[in-house]
Design a protein. Structure first.
Length: 264
């Protein structure tokens, strides 16, 4: 038999002119903008209903007869409009990240693509999971606590603009916090740290989670705990998955070395 043919290795596409990359980036940004606009136009007729859905966790816990208020003349229109636009951007994120992936994927090696694509998909799912957790778990408990803590004789009547800012901050905080497993795996993947080093710093991670919870959430212990504890648990998930990834990479390298020796 003739000599063994060397295995073909996937390499990134040859470097293209700078203007070609700029044109492709422009086209993908235009597609992203078009997607956001189309989703916004589909949601706009339901602006009032969507904002009412956002306000439901608070309205359900206000005292009888209490309502939300608008302290500015244009707030009844601007605030729901702003929420629908943010919602359109959030719903467009899978397409936005898909366009981003299509732009950077040609420059990645095959082994990098095998890891990067699941991480990209996981980041989308985890962000939406964080937003859902905030809406269905954190909001009911937090609003019940805050309204119950109001002094006697104080009527709780939240401004709709302030409520929107509050909810968007919480959504972003929990969506970002739920990305901890992805961040943990990336740190191990690029070689910045190892699972053993992360495990040794577990106590610092727990303290950091509560500090982040104190910064990103309202100044009450309940909200801080509801953010810090999931961050800690998600860190443990990321640590577990990173250990599996390291073992898989080590096994693949051992297998490749054995094949090279046999071929030699």
């Amino acid at each position: 038999m003739g000599p063994r043919k060397p295995k073909q290795q996937y390499t990134p596409q040859q470097e293209q002119p700078f203007m070609t990359h700029l044109i492709e980036l422009r086209n993908r940004l235009l597609r992203i903008l078009l997607c956001v606009v189309l989703i916004f136009l589909m949601l706009f007729p339901f602006t009032a209903e969507l904002y009412a859905m956002l306000a439901q966790p608070l309205l359900a816990r206000l005292p009888a007869g209490a309502t939300m208020i608008a302290t500015q003349v244009a707030s009844p229109f601007i605030t729901p409009f702003k929420f629908v636009f943010v919602l359109a951007v959030a719903l467009s994120m899978p397409y936005v990240l898909h366009q981003f992936w299509r732009f950077v994927a040609p420059g990645l090696y095959r082994r990098e693509r095998r890891i990067a694509l699941p991480l990209l998909f996981s980041s989308i799912v985890l962000f939406y999971a964080g937003v859902a957790f905030a809406y269905y778990v954190v909001f009911p408990m937090t609003f019940a606590f805050l309204i119950g803590a109001a002094p006697a004789g104080v009527a709780v009547m939240t401004d709709i603009s302030s409520y929107l800012d509050f909810t968007l901050t919480i959504f972003f905080a929990f969506g970002l916090a739920f990305e901890v497993p992805v961040a943990t795996i990336i740190l191990v993947w690029v070689g910045i740290t190892t699972p053993e080093q992360l495990a040794a710093k577990r106590s610092y991670v727990i303290v950091g989670a509560f500090v982040i919870g104190a910064i990103l959430t309202p100044p009450d212990v309940l909200s801080q705990t509801l953010l810090a504890v999931p961050m800690w648990m998600l860190f443990e998930v990321g640590l577990f998955l990173s250990r599996i990834m390291v073992r898989s990479q080590a096994a693949a390298e051992t297998h490749a070395t054995a094949i090279d020796k046999d071929g030699g």
